[in-house]
Design a protein around this ligand. Structure first.
Ligand code: ADP
Ligand code: 5GP
Length: 188
């Protein structure tokens, strides 16, 4: 059976990744990997759907047992991709998408060079800060941490196979759908 394709989906916090991804998932046959994290759930987030919310001890056990495809520490918390489900989906021929930050993205590219990286860019830094604050789920301290991380993330955009600006939401999703189509056509 053909192996599925692995997509890495990154971009600075607040750029609109979740918004774009939920539309993208409704308009494609991508399977989204659910990450594990040690950060606290935000209002409206569900364990096992948005993330697997685990303790630091549980996360470190998973690392020790080789259960993480990649992982990183971001804004003071662990985030990582559980390995087993991704490997199973790919071997079933499913196309999988990981919504992860740039350090994890670099780990995946080294591990699986055939993976396809898509980086979401904001229309401007001012608009990025506006969206980050508009979300209103983080404290001022967390916003500042995320802004600093965002500037670092933007400098990594060039490492990705594709860069897409999230200005008009529908256009952004259309552009990503075109990328998926193009990569489906390529022989495996
Ligand atoms: P991320 O997952 O990258 O942290 P979110 O999807 O949570 O970002 O989006 C952050 C904020 O920006 C949300 O309030 C969302 O509604 C808004 N947003 C997302 N995409 C757009 C867009 N194209 N135009 C205007 N606002 C947007
Ligand atoms: P948030 O706390 O806003 O949900 O996520 C913070 C950052 O962690 C985002 O850039 C998100 O894409 C990233 N992230 C989420 N899951 C993972 C993961 O499994 N691995 C890595 N490396 N980053 C992740």
């Amino acid at each position: 059976m053909n192996k599925g394709r692995l997509y890495v989906f990154s971009g600075p916090s607040g750029v609109g990744k979740d918004t774009v991804l939920s539309l993208l998932l409704s308009r494609s046959d991508l399977t989204k990997s659910v990450s594990a994290t040690t950060r606290a759930p935000r209002e409206g987030e569900t364990d096992g759907v948005d993330y697997y919310f685990v303790t630091k001890e549980q996360f470190e056990t998973l690392i020790r047992e080789g259960g993480m495809l990649e992982y990183t520490v971001y804004a003071g918390n662990y985030y990582g991709t559980p390995k087993a489900p991704v490997e199973a989906w790919l071997s079933e021929g499913k196309d999988v998408i990981l919504k992860i930050e740039v350090d994890g993205g670099a780990q995946i590219k080294t591990l699986m060079p055939e993976s396809i990286g898509i980086f979401i860019l904001p229309p401007s830094k001012e608009e990025l800060e506006r969206r980050l604050r508009m979300r209103g789920t983080d404290s001022e301290e967390a916003v500042q941490k995320r802004l600093a991380a965002a500037l670092n993330e933007l400098s990594c955009a060039e490492r990705y196979d594709y860069r897409v600006v999230n200005d008009d939401l529908d256009l952004c999703v259309d552009e990503i759908l075109a990328i998926l189509k193009k990569n489906k056509k390529k022989s495996r």
